[in-house]
Design a protein around this ligand. Structure first.
Ligand code: B12
Length: 209
């Protein structure tokens, strides 16, 4: 069993001590990205067990806590070599109805490592508040995160709200999070999508040139 398989299994089992120990080991030996992916795969196991009724909401909360610790450990390595840097502003949030913020926070760290000024609106943010923030900060990039299926509608509503306010041509919108795909991106009407934060940052860097 590779260390990554071990991390995935330990996360799936919600074995906090083992996850933290293995993630530290992985960080020393090789890649932070692979350790992050292994943890995400472990979280998929947690999610499946929740769906099957074996785990409960309290287990999701605990999984979120363990993942938060993992992100804290991996953050410096993930953010290292963040790229050339830019001073552009990015409005970032988890969309309306969705309280999941671990993925959003990873994206934030990586954007900041590339010197973006991130205006983090937090979680459960309405399209109206996103539009208001884009106006207030004169931001040209909006990054939306969402993990629940219902986040897709909220992302679509946000793009519609930007159109309604006549802002759509002036801002670029990127979306990410578990339910996002090419089809979802088309439905939402955004400019780009990614499940990989590093890739998302690259796209934002292109836009800010
Ligand atoms: C931890 C967790 C929670 C925690 C969240 C804590 C927190 N602070 O975020 C808590 C306990 C709050 C929670 C609550 C709920 N949850 Co929950 N939760 C999870 C779990 C186990 C992990 C989510 C996670 O953090 N993943 C790790 C992060 C790093 O991944 P990520 O968000 O996808 O982000 C990555 C990429 O997508 C990308 N990315 C993300 N955003 C963006 C944005 C941009 C711009 C870019 C470029 C990239 C990008 O970068 C990240 C790093 O690679 C998942 C299971 C799973 N399979 O993931 C269920 C899961 C998401 N939850 C689920 C459910 C059902 C719920 C609840 C409804 C449970 C309940 N009955 O109350 C509530 C909903 C609350 C709400 N309104 O949001 C379902 C969702 C089903 C669905 N399809 O809609 C899942 C899939 C579990 C399942 N299989 O049933 N949950």
């Amino acid at each position: 069993m590779t260390i990554y398989d071990k991390i995935k299994t330990a996360m799936g089992e919600l074995d906090e001590d083992e996850v933290i120990k293995l993630v530290n080991e992985a960080l020393e030996s090789s890649g932070a990205s692979d350790a992050l992916t292994a943890c995400q795969e472990g979280l998929n196991i947690v999610g499946d067990r929740f769906t099957e009724g074996e785990y409960f909401v309290s287990d999701l909360i605990f999984a979120g806590d363990v993942m938060g610790q993992v992100v804290g450990i991996l953050k410096p390595a993930l953010a290292a070599g963040g790229g050339p840097g830019t001073a552009a502003k990015v409005i970032l949030c988890t969309v309306k109805g969705d309280l999941h913020d671990i993925g959003k926070n990873i994206v934030k760290s990586l954007l900041e490592a590339s010197s973006f000024e991130v205006i983090d609106l937090g979680i459960d943010v309405t399209p109206e508040n996103i539009v208001a923030a884009a106006k207030e900060h004169d931001a040209k990039i909006i990054a939306l995160s969402g993990v629940l299926t219902l986040a897709i509608d909220a992302m679509k509503d946000t793009v519609e709200a930007l159109k309604k306010e006549g802002l759509r041509e002036q801002v670029k919108v990127i979306i990410g999070g578990a339910p996002v795909s090419a089809e979802v991106a088309e439905l939402v009407g955004c400019d780009a999508w990614s499940l990989v934060p590093q890739e998302g940052v690259k796209i934002c860097l292109e836009w800010s040139k």
